[in-house]
Ligand binder design. Structure first.
Ligand SMILES: [Fe+2]
Length: 190
């Protein structure tokens, strides 16, 4: 099968996100889709030989390209909303149960996102225990808790904010929160 880039042009005009930033971000995302397809083709064409470094490195690369593609899809899909969570709803109650209050969860999620480095901040639900957790992901592929469900995904690579915010990552995180589509996010909860 061939992966196709999805269209997120509905996000154009979002408050706090310039057209230039979003256009560049969509182009970067398309690059991950193209590279995932390219890698699949290359791996299919190679002898399945673990002693061949070329095969091994292509295999390793898949974690970067595939996650780069898929995480951007989760990210763009959880944007474009009004940024208001009904705290008495299913997700609001669950956040309170697992973090003490919505505000405590938000503080921890934002602090995770403000960490130095490039990657992602993700609210996960443990598929087995059901518990919610905020997790830092290095680049695209390091730190994913096994088998957990992605609930809210925030890109904190510099390309996600530098065009509009320079080094003010906290201001970008504030803009991200204003545009969260909580209906989509809540729908991911088990
Ligand atoms: Fe990105």
């Amino acid at each position: 099968m061939v992966y196709s880039a999805k269209d997120y042009s509905n996000l154009m005009g979002m408050e706090g996100f310039s057209e230039t930033l979003l256009k560049n971000h969509f182009t970067l995302y398309q690059g991950y889709v193209n590279n995932t397809n390219k890698l699949c083709d290359l791996l299919n064409s190679k002898a399945k030989d673990a002693t061949n470094p070329e095969y091994a490195e292509l295999k390793r690369r898949m974690g970067f390209e595939f996650n780069g593609m898929r995480l951007h899809e989760y990210y763009f899909e959880n944007l474009g909303g009004k940024g208001v969570l009904d705290k008495s709803g299913k997700l609001g109650r669950k956040l309170t149960e697992d973090f003490g209050s919505y505000e405590d969860w938000e503080r921890d999620f934002k602090a995770t996102g403000a960490m130095r480095g490039i990657g992602w901040t993700i609210l996960y639900q443990d598929n087995i225990a059901g518990k919610l957790m905020n997790q830092w992901i290095n680049e695209h592929e390091t730190g994913h808790p096994a088998g957990c469900i992605l609930i809210l995904v925030m890109d904190v690579f510099e390309h996600a904010f530098m065009t509009d915010y320079g080094l003010k990552r906290a201001d970008y995180i504030g803009a991200f929160f204003k545009n969260i589509n909580w209906d989509v996010v809540e729908g991911r909860l088990k």
